[in-house]
Design a protein around this ligand. Structure first.
Ligand SMILES: Cc1ncc(C[n+]2csc(CCOP(=O)(O)OP(=O)(O)O)c2C)c(N)n1
Ligand SMILES: [Mg+2]
Length: 416
């Protein structure tokens, strides 16, 4: 949540005083909203000393998690139904990731940035929101998009090389998956600002990666959201790499969550492979934001277990032993162990969930097995409402090249 800042003394004149009053008023409202949760701003402003973890890699409930030790960072266990729904989505998400990677190898899709290993972040991002809230995903967040209800085949439209994003953002309140890094954070902040001006109680979850926190758009989005006390949760999936650039070369901040403090908002960090902790932390962040706390930043510590995309060879910049360390912290196996141990999941339940995941994989194979007719001129049609001279020239060049190709192909055909 935004923290009250005493800059008012340096702002003379009635207009500045008015602005200062409204800023101070919003900050008071934010503190009040936070107090309702039994948290003081001082306790909550800095991230927890360690990422919040509720279920450990072996599936055992942590007896003494951060919540006991640090005031302001106490989190309750989500309900059983929520945990089972999350596990189902984890299994579906893993199957979707692996099916899509296979479809790329078969030439059915151009590219797929897999979130294999990051499924807990994906699922929690979707499940923590209400129907009226908005999510703004990156190219890596397909599983979150599907978990929010977008049709799996439609969600893959962009990655098969079509010119559009495939789904209607307003139907499920999910922005189009952004490939230009961090632009989606600005879209998210804009939507939150509009919702606030309209008096709606919408919360916006804006997703980005560790590398994206170095972008200028990250700064602009966080600062705007903090100054205008907007109900935005900036959810950073720190998967340790920005393609080949490791985190240590990206930032020397104590953690990415600490970046929040510089904007006057609270930051929190959470084990990104523990879906229970993610649901608890993001769930409370959503409640806080909806109650008027202003924006928050949540950093999830996770790992991209596979290459950046099919166009990347991760063995060139990291060791197998590092990958193995993270495989041991897999989000699916720990949740399966935890739910089984608590008697919430048995063999029948596990088979039913795998059958559901297989059905989604079959849907993807069938949907992406069909060729979509593509008109190369679509490249130019939707850039501006009226094409400029450069676009017209490029469109004509492409049309000419395609016509020459077609003529050459016809003349090469053998005569019988
Ligand atoms: C504005 C911009 N600059 C550079 C790129 C090239 N690029 C694509 S992905 C990527 C790394 C992003 O890393 P991170 O934010 O950690 O996300 P991850 O891929 O790890 O999920 C870069 C530099 C881009 N897409 N957009
Ligand atoms: Mg990354």
């Amino acid at each position: 949540m935004t923290i009250s800042a005493d800059h008012t003394a340096q702002q003379p004149g009635p207009a500045a005083a008015g602005a200062a009053d409204s800023t101070a008023g919003a900050a008071d409202a934010a503190s009040e909203a936070v107090r309702k949760f039994g948290i003081t701003v001082e306790d909550y402003m800095l991230p927890a000393r360690h990422p919040i973890q509720i279920v450990g890699p072996d599936g055992a409930l942590n007896p003494d998690t951060e919540q006991g030790a640090q005031p302001g960072h106490e989190y309750g266990l989500p309900g059983d139904a929520e945990l089972l729904a999350a596990y189902e989505q984890l299994v579906v998400g893993r199957r979707v990731n692996d099916q899509n990677s296979a479809l790329v190898r078969q030439g059915r899709m151009a590219v797929y940035p897999s979130s294999h290993g990051q499924e807990a972040c994906q699922v929690a991002a979707a499940l923590c929101l209400s129907d009226g809230d908005w999510m703004f995903p990156t190219y890596r967040d397909s599983v979150a998009v599907m978990a929010r209800g977008v049709d799996p085949v439609q969600a893959m439209t962009l990655f098969r090389g079509d010119w559009h994003g495939g789904y209607d953002p307003s139907e499920h309140k999910v922005g189009i998956q952004c490939t230009p890094l961090t632009t989606q954070l600005l879209h998210a902040v804009g939507v939150a600002h509009a919702a606030k001006l309209r008096g709606e109680d919408t919360v916006v979850l804006a997703m980005c990666g560790d590398g994206a926190t170095s972008e200028g758009d990250f700064h602009e989005a966080l600062n705007f959201a903090a100054v205008f006390h907007l109900p935005v949760i900036f959810f950073v999936q720190n998967n340790q790499y920005a393609i080949s650039v490791p985190l240590a070369h990206q930032s020397v901040a104590p953690s990415l969550a600490h970046k929040a403090v510089g904007y006057g908002m609270a930051g929190e960090r959470v084990d990104g492979n523990d879906v229970v902790a993610l649901l608890a932390v993001l769930g409370r962040a959503v409640q806080l934001a909806r109650s008027g706390s202003g924006p928050l930043l949540v950093e999830a510590h996770t790992y991209r277990m596979q290459a950046h995309t099919n166009a990347d060879d991760a063995t060139r910049y990291r060791q197998d032993s590092e990958v193995a360390e993270w495989v041991a912290k897999d989000p699916l196996s720990r949740m399966k162990a935890y739910l089984t141990d608590r008697g919430l999941l048995d063999d029948d339940g596990a088979s039913r969930i795998s059958a559901k995941a297989e059905a989604v994989a079959a849907q993807l194979r069938e949907g992406l097995g069909e060729d979509v007719p593509v008109d190369p001129q679509d490249l130019f049609k939707y850039v501006f409402s009226a094409p400029n001279p450069q676009l017209k020239e490029q469109a004509a060049l492409l049309a000419d090249e395609l016509a020459r190709d077609a003529a050459a192909t016809t003349s090469e055909e053998p005569t019988r």
